[in-house]
Design a protein around this ligand. Structure first.
Ligand SMILES: O=C(O)CCC(=O)C(=O)O
Ligand SMILES: [Fe+2]
Length: 198
C-alpha cells in the first residue's frame, strides 16, 4: 500500500484506491424495513466448509442470490433474485457505476457470529474484484490487514445503512474479517454484491 493509513491526528484514513465508505447510503427507515424483511424472508442456511481435514459449520448464516453459482467450487444453487434485492442492486449499480451479478447475504445472529480472516476469491486471476457491501443492523468492526504483514491491523465500524465499496488490489494484498464480540448485540445482515465471472 502506498501512503499513510493515519492522518496527523492519528485518525484512520481509508486508502481510497482500495475502499470507499458511505455512511447512510440507505436512510434509516429504509434500512430498518429492509433488515426486518430480510431477517424473515431469506432462507438462511448454515453451510459447512472444509478446514484442514475437518468439516466445520460457518459461524454465521448465509444465502446466495444471483444469476449464476457464486464460484465454480461452490455447489450452492443460486436463489432467484427477490424484488427487494433487485431494488438495492439497482441503487448500488447507479451509485457505483459498476455491475453486479449476485449478492451473498451474511446473517450474524449476535456477537458470537463472525467471519475469519480471508480475502474474497470470486475473481479471475489478475483481475481486480469489486465488491459492494451493504450493512444493516448491529454495528460491527470490519478489520483488515496486509497479507504479508500482520503487525498492522486496521478497523472501521460498519454502520446500519452504510455501503463499503472494496476495490483495486484489496483482495489481492489484504485480508479482512468480522471478529466475534463480547458486547451484547442484536443481529446484523451484510449484503455483499459481487461480480460473477465464469
Ligand atoms: O460482513 C461483512 O461485512 C463482511 C463479509 C465478508 O467479508 C464476506 O462475505 O466475504
Ligand atoms: Fe469477504
Amino acid at each position: 500500500m502506498q501512503g499513510k493509513l493515519f492522518d496527523d491526528n492519528r485518525q484512520l484514513v481509508l486508502p481510497r484506491e482500495l475502499m470507499d465508505y458511505t455512511p447512510g447510503f440507505l436512510e434509516r427507515p429504509e434500512a430498518d424495513t429492509l433488515l426486518t424483511f430480510l431477517l424473515h424472508n431469506v432462507p438462511w442456511q448454515q453451510t459447512k466448509v472444509k478446514m484442514y481435514d475437518k468439516e466445520v459449520v460457518t459461524p454465521r448464516l448465509t444465502a446466495w442470490y444471483g444469476d449464476r453459482p457464486l464460484r465454480a467450487d461452490d455447489r450452492r444453487e443460486p436463489i432467484p433474485w427477490l424484488p427487494e434485492l433487485q431494488m438495492v442492486r439497482q441503487r448500488i449499480e447507479a451509485f457505483t457505476g459498476m455491475a453486479f451479478q449476485g449478492v451473498l447475504l451474511n446473517l450474524y445472529r449476535d456477537g458470537n457470529d463472525s467471519v475469519a480472516w480471508h480475502a474474497d476469491k470470486d475473481t479471475v486471476p489478475g483481475r481486480k474484484t469489486e465488491i459492494a457491501s451493504l450493512s444493516l443492523g448491529a454495528e460491527r468492526s470490519f478489520d483488515f490487514r496486509r497479507k504479508d504483514d500482520h503487525t498492522g491491523r486496521y478497523s472501521i465500524k460498519l454502520q446500519h445503512g452504510s455501503l463499503l465499496l472494496m476495490k483495486g488490489d484489496l483482495q489481492l494484498h489484504w485480508e479482512h474479517r468480522i471478529a466475534k464480540s463480547n458486547v451484547i448485540m442484536g443481529p446484523r445482515i451484510n449484503l455483499t454484491f459481487r461480480k460473477v465471472i465464469l
